[in-house]
Design a protein around this ligand. Structure first.
Ligand code: SF4
Length: 393
């Protein structure tokens, strides 16, 4: 008997080349390496799905890296593997991330024929100057061609990823990006602010400037937008997209009604998901798992001898850790968390556990209460990391 719904994440760690700002687990690889990786991934899928016989997969997300870097045969094999190994719900949301320049009409057709029903295009900007600065491999034109092709082939659920707070960017640039995005009318738009992560090319270039900015000091160069400008950009994005009928449902995510990303919602709602492939994370029965992050090590494992040998990290979450996660993940959603869900999950009331923190944050106008819901205020969104940290027990 199948009694649990889970999400399935598949990590494809390959990219044509590394973008300037990227700290994801991704790198360039030879064709032969990709071929071997797909083989190993399918073995992992087989052994780990055997432990999930009681589960129905109702969302699938092929992320990376660049899943669309794979060839048609490899995509077909992975999708067939998923449908053979798991019980996939007939209404499952099945997303594949695509990077323009790696997409062809043939590939899109293969995706459609093999059950992929949602595409997430990593566009980041419609301005070729920014694409160049970010180190993207594609132009805006490449994306437009892909988008049109995808629509022609029949994809009716498309996400477009965009970025704000880029070096030199102004609110007027954001307005131009929004105008172009809205004209296309994708079902979903993710608009993330640039974060300068350690270990990236951008960190070498802007790391010092970013530190000064975080400390509220004047930047040496006027390249990275300051906090105030970033806030204006954020408000411009939220107001414009809401005005065009998009539901602002998570700090950085907007969907037309009925098109919120069901897979990502699982992360914010602490629903169960299984991650397969290099470095993939899972959450199953309040245990967080992380797969091996070294490609060579992953490729050399004999999963048939030890079916869990790809797992490198295992963290059993106690009740306290689960409560904290419930709060700081749930508060990412614009509707916030529901006190009754807290009680259902932990048999303790929200007020009993967080009453004191709640009152302080309410006084500082960083959170709001609406019926049974607690959510971040506009002011709270600006300092969301601080607010979430307050919920650590
Ligand atoms: S395409 Fe995506 S995963 Fe690959 S390097 Fe660029 S940002 Fe990173």
């Amino acid at each position: 008997m199948r009694n649990r719904n889970i999400g399935l994440y598949i990590h494809i760690p390959f990219c044509i080349r590394k973008c300037q700002y990227c700290d994801f687990l991704s790198f360039a690889a030879e064709e032969e390496e990709k071929e071997q990786y797909v083989k190993q991934l399918l073995i992992e899928m087989k052994v780990r799905s055997a432990q999930q016989k009681d589960c129905v997969v109702d969302t699938v997300f092929l992320g990376g890296g660049t899943p669309s870097i794979l060839n048609e045969k490899q995509i077909e094999k992975i999708m067939q593997g998923i449908f053979t190994c798991f019980h996939v719900d007939e209404n499952a949301e099945i997303t594949m991330e695509m990077n323009p320049k790696t997409v062809t009409e043939e590939k899109l057709k293969v995706c459609k024929e093999n059950g992929i029903n949602r595409i997430s295009f990593g566009v980041q900007s419609f301005d070729d100057n920014y694409l160049k600065l970010l180190g993207r491999i594609h132009s805006a034109k490449d994306f437009y061609e892909n988008y049109e092709m995808a629509r022609k082939i029949g994809f009716s659920n498309i996400n477009v990823d965009l970025m704000s707070a880029l070096p030199g960017q102004k609110v007027s640039d954001i307005q131009k990006e929004l105008k172009k995005a809205v004209e296309l009318s994708p079902e979903h738009i993710s608009f993330y602010g640039l974060i300068i992560e350690e270990g990236t090319y951008f960190y070498e270039k802007y790391g010092q400037e970013d530190k000064r900015r975080e400390e509220g000091k004047e930047s040496a160069a006027d390249d990275l937008p300051g906090e105030e400008l970033e806030r204006e950009m954020y408000q411009c994005i939220s107001e414009t997209l809401k005005g065009k009928g998009y539901v602002h449902y998570e700090i950085s995510n907007y969907g037309k009604p009925g098109y919120q990303c069901r897979h990502n919602l699982k992360y914010w709602e602490r629903k169960e998901y299984l991650g397969l492939g290099l470095g993939a994370a899972s959450l199953m029965e309040n245990v967080r798992y992380g797969n091996i992050r070294e490609l060579k090590e992953y490729m050399e494992k004999d999963f048939s001898v030890d079916r869990n040998s790809m797992i490198m990290e295992k963290e059993i979450l106690d009740k306290k850790a689960c409560m904290e996660e419930f709060m700081f993940l749930g508060l990412r959603k614009m509707e916030g968390i529901r006190k009754d869900d807290f009680f259902q999950g932990f048999q303790k009331t929200y007020d009993e556990v967080y009453g004191k923190v709640h009152n302080t944050l309410l006084e500082k106008e960083l959170i709001q209460e609406a019926g049974d819901y607690v959510r971040l205020s506009e002011k709270g969104i600006d300092v969301s990391n601080y607010v979430m940290a307050e919920y650590l027990l």
